[in-house]
Design a protein around this ligand. Structure first.
Ligand code: DCP
Ligand code: CA
Ligand code: CA
Length: 359
């Protein structure tokens, strides 16, 4: 799963009025007003040739007179959105490997018993849930291993879903340029081209010893196996989480703190339980609010003592909620959630937590 034009899409989400215009999210270096690089561009901007990594001044030239919007990166906001997306995907109940802020692998083997039809259904339900619960569009690629799934995902962008079944792998990869393989950047592809290798099919036909002698054991073996669709690296679960969160859709849109708090009782209890089971002590408490027009807002605080009981959790959530609703005025919430962050692993706590959790 990879989110479509992530930073730019995130900006469109909270500023619906810019949709349809070229949107460019920039990392300003600060030297001059326009120095820096493009981080992400929506597809309208891309249609004029704008790309990630390009100097901002080039992008401005390409988009002159095109009513383009240039915005600075807001990493904090994108990270929160990203956490929510992975939270939604986690609900599938399969091993999840988070690769980057907008990209993750899921191992559906045990859920599907290797049935690609079933995998396709899960993939399409992931797309639907991510859209419904976060407002974001993503692309999903399905394949017998991570390399094939990733290439399928790249080729299906944007808002796509592409399933490559084991028997289709060879035909799927054959005609593609070698650059489509993960880890094949400019340097490797130039060397391959100088050997007369332009497509993945041509690469697959090369004697692995030749590749090893040119690129070394690791990269040579990888190129050989990946080109044949046989590079089968496991999906490694995410570790070192930075926060735990639960979000629910309210029974009806509301701005009544008591009504909302009542519906957060379950999520709070489950979140505390999860933190205890995983051996975390949490000193950060937060709330997440999604308004009826799909804007995401959050409020949080850091405490002196870790949150250990539901009472303390509830008290902090209630005051954050009152604060937020007070600022929002007439705006109603559609979804609400709670989070725990500032996670610390307490030594010995994990076994204790496990013991308590299973009793
Ligand atoms: N990013 C960045 N600088 C780059 C490339 C990416 O800051 N040179 C950031 C911004 C992107 C995010 O990482 O939104 C994800 O990168 P992707 O390569 O997945 O690109 P996008 O999500 O923007 O576009 P696509 O629709 O092609 O996935
Ligand atoms: Ca992306
Ligand atoms: Ca990505």
């Amino acid at each position: 799963m990879d989110l479509d034009y992530f930073f730019a899409q995130a900006e469109e989400l909270r500023r619906p009025e810019i949709r349809g215009r070229p949107v460019v999210v920039c990392v300003y270096s600060g030297r001059t007003e326009v120095s820096g690089a493009v981080a992400s561009a929506n597809y309208v901007a891309r249609s004029y040739g704008v790309k990630a990594g390009m100097p901002i001044s080039w992008a401005m030239k390409l988009l002159e007179g095109k009513d383009a919007v240039f915005l600075p990166v807001d990493k904090q906001y994108y990270s929160e959105l990203s956490e929510r997306v992975f939270g939604v995907i986690e609900q599938v109940g399969a091993t999840l490997e988070v690769v980057s802020i907008d990209e993750a692998f899921l191992d559906l083997t045990s859920l599907t018993d290797g049935d690609f039809g079933r995998a396709e259904e899960i993939a399409s339900s992931i797309k639907r849930s991510v859209l419904n619960e976060t407002g974001l569009r993503c692309t999903v690629g399905v394949g017998p291993n991570k390399v094939v799934a990733k290439i399928a995902c790249d080729r299906a962008k944007p808002d796509g879903l592409l399933v490559v079944r084991p028997e289709e792998v060879k035909a799927f990869l054959e005609g593609l340029p070698v650059e489509e393989l993960p880890y094949v950047g400019k340097k490797v592809s130039e060397r391959l081209r100088s050997m007369g290798i332009e497509t993945i099919g041509q690469l697959a036909a090369v004697d692995p010893q030749v590749l090893i002698s040119k690129f070394g054991e690791a990269l040579g073996t990888y190129l050989h196996l990946a080109a044949r669709g046989e590079y089968d690296e496991p999906v490694v679960p995410r570790t070192g989480r930075t926060q735990l969160s639960r979000i629910v859709t309210l029974k009806r849109d509301s701005r009544d703190p008591d009504e909302i708090l009542a519906q957060l009782e379950g999520p709070m209890a489950r979140l505390l339980e999860e933190a205890r089971r995983q051996g975390y002590l949490c000193r950060g408490v937060g709330i997440i609010a999604i308004t009826t027009d799909l804007k995401t807002l959050s409020r949080s605080r850091k405490l002196k003592e870790p949150v250990v009981d539901l009472e303390a959790f509830r008290r902090n959530v209630a005051s954050l909620l009152n604060e937020l609703l007070g600022e929002l005025g007439e705006v109603r919430l559609r979804r609400a959630g709670v989070k725990l962050f500032e996670l610390e692993r307490a030594p010995g706590q994990k076994t204790l937590g496990d013991f308590v959790g299973s009793s």
